[in-house]
Structures are given as structure tokens and as C-alpha cells.
Unconditional design. Sequence first.
Lengths: 137, 214
Amino acid sequence: MKAVVLGCGRVGSMLANLLSEKNWEVAVVDANPDSFTGLAEAFTGHQVTGPITDEEALREAGLDSADLVIVLTSDDIANLMAAQLVRQRFGKEKVLVRVRDPIKAGAYRDLGLQTICPSEIELSMILKELGIKPGQS
Amino acid sequence: MYVIIVGASKIGYNLAKALIAESHEVLLIERNRSKYNVLAKELAEAVFHGDGCEVDCLKRVGASRADLLIAVTGRDDENLVSCQLAKLLFCVPKTLAVINDPQNEELFKSLGVDLTINTTAHISTLIGHKLNIDILMPLLTFKNLEIVQAEIYESSPAVNRQVKDLGLPTNSLLIAAIRDGEALLLKGDSVIMAQDTVIALTRRESEAELRKIL
């Protein structure tokens, strides 16, 4: 299996390390080469420095043959464009994208993107702790 | 018409002034506080301090009654998301995005942006024309097929030759020439002349070869 991770921050690098450990073929793309310091020494995957919304950078990361793409930078807007680029230009179905703004996460989910919204997750964890079901008054 | 402009770039600012002069209702959204303060002195209520990629901001400027949203920030991804949110959540009938990276044009169209203006490509074409450098200006794009326009200069190797003798790439077709304001359909025995504007249909991969011939 091959995964391409766009954005090598804390979650991106942890995920890349983990998948690489599980013998996945992994490529990471990040505009900032310093971000690759988060990758483990045992990481065997490919590192590409470039904007995640740049088709050429994605091609260099081997996106054409990817089974799974995870978009994880801290920039919602760039993430949303990259995820749509990956679906539209590379025909990839399995794309997970982090969108921090819950409103945008919902709107693009309606468009068919698989959005991951950290604030929704945090909120649901807190509510669960409090024994409150979402939507309950 | 109510027009929302996202980004007080040079284009955004001048466009806002032009539309106001034409008696349109205009709201220019600018995220940068100091830029906003400067503009507010001149444009008063026609400028709004906010982020055109934020749903809350679009709501506050009354996007749902806008006839047109024009996104002209320097970032393509922001222009895309502004246009998409305007369409998705506020049913704005028409959206226009300025595109800085030419390779995004087709993508944005396929993602629902109604109109795109490829400033980089346009400016390079204009500069090319000024300097007599041959650049094919794309007029229409379908997947990897393009209709392009080329100016024929005196120095062009195609001048005074018949179309069939030009050695065109197999994936390119010369359709028409505009000569002295008249459009002529080009056939194999038509002769290309200096000062012609030639319209051609070509696959993108043959573009470079076509450019050399013209």
C-alpha cells in the first residue's frame, strides 16, 4: 500500500513514521524542508519539498500510484484546494483532509470530501466526558 | 448589481472604484487591518475588514444577496475557497477567480468557479506581443486540447507559405486567420501572411512544436 502525506507537522510526521514502520510505501510533501526533522531515522519514504497545491510537487511524490492521500497542514485553505486537486486531477477517491474550521469542514463534507475537523473531535470528547450527547439540550 | 470583491490588491481596489463609478453596489473585503484603514478613508462603507474565506465574514457582508463575487487575492487557494463558499453556502449566481498559477485554470473551472482570469498568462502574452516574442495565447481549453491564437510577425518562418507545407504537428490544426479585420477559414492551400492572427486547435503536448512553426 502506498500513502502520500501532505504536510509534515506533528500529526503528519507521526503518521508517516507509523505507516513507514508498518511497511507502507510513504511519501511526504511539505513546503518547509525543516519540517522533515520530525521524521524518524528509520523512515524510508520519499520527501518532497514544495507547496501541497502544486501539481508537479504531488506528481514527484508519486501521487499517481497512491492508494491513500492524507492532507494535514495547518492551513485550511491550502488543504481544501490540495484535497480537491488530488481528487479532480489524479482521480483519487481515498483522500482525508484536515479542516480546522467546523463550518468549512461541514460544507466540504457535503461536497463529498472526507474532512477531519479537530475541533469537532475535541468537542465530542469533552461532551462524552460530560455524558452529554451532541444535539441534546 | 451587488458585487463583492475579495482582496484589496491593485486589481481589487481599481475594480471596486470602476464599479462604484458605474453605480454598482460594491463591497471590497480586505483582511489586512492597516490596508483596510487606508482604504476606508477613501471608500468608506464600500470596504469591509474581514477574511473572504470565512463563512462568518461572507454572512456579514450579505453574500446571499450578491449577484457576483470576484476573488482577486494573491493566493489561488484563497480565491478558490471564497468562490466555492459563495456558491455553496450563499448561492451567489456568478463567481470569478483571478488565477496566479496558470496550471490552476482548468482545475478551478471543474470545481465550480464560473469565470477565471489567468493574469499571469495574460501578462506574459501581452509582454510577448510587445517584444515580438511568439507566444500562443490560449483562448479555450478542453482537457488537453486548446484553441490558441498566434500573431504572425514578418520574421515568422510561416510567412508566405501554404498551410500544407508548414509541417504542422499531427495533433495541430490551423483553423482560421484574421487578416485586415476579416476572418478566413484556412485550408491546405491557404497562404499565411505577415500580420495575420492565426487561430489553431492543438493538443497541449504539440504546443511547443506549433509555436516554432508559426
